[in-house]
Design a binder for this molecule. Structure first.
Ligand code: SF4
Length: 203
């Protein structure tokens, strides 16, 4: 059983709400997508590479009524800078804690940077599989579950990529773990939303 199975996502969202985030819970991807479709129209929407968002088909959906900037969606690397200055930035997280922290590890830095410097609203979108009980376990998850799986997906020459079993704290030139960001509260510069979905999504 995943630890997140024991943690009530609504209680987790109460903690994030106390930290100043706008919170949302949806039972399914379909419910979440309907919310986004109804509430984001006529905007520019940026996103980094996110398996969660790809599994949701969210960018395809929003592209009908919004301008999308995402290099992983378009294949156009010039979208990286445009995504960071979009009206809205969509990202998942490597882990979130029941104590109200969001953990992301980045190699290029575009995702972390956009969540720190983006001028618009930020949505952190996570399946309940990303919930951990506290900050140390959220950092552990980001390092030992999310990062190795991403290294494997990206076919990096790192010791974790073969089995995606754990972090070996490598010194590989292709190491994808180069900065770890912990959000504890929304930044003054950008309102932020936490969206939890009652499904396993992403890594
Ligand atoms: S530090 Fe190296 S071994 Fe650890 S998860 Fe990142 S890329 Fe893999």
């Amino acid at each position: 059983m995943n630890m997140s199975d024991k943690i009530d996502p609504l209680k987790v969202l109460e903690v994030f709400a106390k930290h100043g985030y706008t919170t949302h819970f949806f039972n399914s991807v379909d419910e979440a997508n309907k919310y986004f479709e109804d509430n984001i129209q006529g905007r520019s929407v940026g996103a980094g590479g996110s398996i969660t968002i790809a599994q949701m088909g969210l960018l395809e959906l929003l592209s009908k009524k919004n301008k999308i900037y995402s290099h992983s969606y378009s294949g156009d690397s010039s979208d990286i800078a445009k995504a960071a200055s979009a009206d809205i930035y969509l990202t998942s997280a490597n882990a979130i804690s029941a104590t109200g922290e969001i953990v992301n590890i980045d190699g290029r830095g575009n995702r972390i940077s956009a969540t720190l410097n983006g001028p618009g609203e930020i949505y952190f979108i996570c399946g309940v599989n990303k919930i951990e009980p506290d900050l140390p376990s959220a950092i552990w998850r980001a390092k030992n579950i999310a990062a190795p799986k991403n290294a494997q997906r990206l076919v990096r020459k790192t010791p974790c990529a073969a089995k995606a079993d754990k972090c070996y704290n490598c010194s590989s030139p292709e190491r994808i773990c180069r900065a770890t960001c912990i959000h504890t509260h929304p930044l003054f510069s950008a309102p932020a939303h936490i969206v939890l979905i009652g499904a396993d999504l992403g890594y």
